[in-house]
Unconditional design. Structure first.
Length: 260
């Protein structure tokens, strides 16, 4: 009973901390969005400026800070099931120890994997801005490129690799049992492994931010909610496949609308 009570306490503390981390990420993004709105009031008011020459390059450092905040804000809720599973295993294997420090290492590894993705996405944003292929809100200036990203993301949703990744994210307990490592370094490695599977699962969905605008808080929230739903919804609902078909349809509609 004591172990069960300690597990509940540790879970409440860590999930509360995770919620604070996510809220901090959203606060930082809201501040950065407000700054962008001040710099480009016409674009941020909904009158999208499609001239890519009007899109300044924010610099790699600023882009990296934005993508890092975005991944923290959007993916912190999605790691809650994995964190809970890790705590259960940690308490089972070492009931006489506190799992809090190890769980912190697990989270560090998880977000470290996403920081790697943020670094690549920031490099892509910087390169596109340098080539003047982005609007002031960070959306692709070419509708054909936007349609291509939509269709590519939709196709990826239907691939076997996506299905494997979603299955792993839905059942983190079994996956962590198979890869378990003791100690702080083991927790870090487990976090990196779990985070890497999460990146492979969600990278295409995150890339949709280049279609709607990397500073579009509304669509950030929509995508974050969908990513969480993929993990929590029953597999038989196949919401990943439904989303894939919808993305392909929207991408095809955008391409045909421009061509017509």
């Amino acid at each position: 009973m004591a172990t069960s009570a300690q597990l509940r306490r540790d879970r409440a503390i860590l999930l509360g901390g995770l919620a604070c981390v996510s809220a901090t990420g959203w606060f930082v993004l809201a501040h950065m969005s407000a700054v962008s709105a001040g710099l480009h009031p016409v674009a941020m008011s909904g009158m999208l400026m499609t001239d890519p020459t009007n899109a300044p390059n924010p610099g790699y450092g600023m882009a990296l800070a934005m993508w890092a905040a975005m991944t923290v804000a959007m993916m912190a809720p999605a790691t809650a099931p994995g964190l809970s599973a890790y705590l259960v295993l940690a308490h089972r294997r070492h009931p006489d120890r506190s799992a809090m420090l190890a769980a912190a290492g697990f989270l560090a590894g998880y977000f470290g994997a996403w920081l790697g993705y943020a670094a690549l996405a920031a490099a892509a944003q910087s390169a596109l801005a340098t080539a003047m292929r982005l609007t002031p809100i960070g959306a692709l200036a070419s509708p054909y490129l936007a349609a291509g990203v939509l269709i590519a993301a939709g196709v990826y949703q239907l691939t076997p690799l996506k299905r494997v990744c979603v299955t792993r994210c839905r059942s983190p307990l079994l996956q962590l049992m198979g890869m378990w490592r003791d100690g702080g370094s083991g927790a870090l490695r487990l976090g990196v492994g779990h985070g890497s599977w999460c990146v492979v699962c969600c990278w295409a969905l995150m890339a949709l931010m280049f279609v709607v605008g990397v500073m579009n808080l509304f669509w950030m929230a929509v995508i974050a909610i969908f990513i969480l739903a993929e993990r929590l919804a029953p597999a038989r609902w196949r919401i990943d496949c439904i989303a894939g078909v919808l993305l392909i349809g929207v991408g095809a509609w955008v391409a045909l609308a421009v061509a017509g």
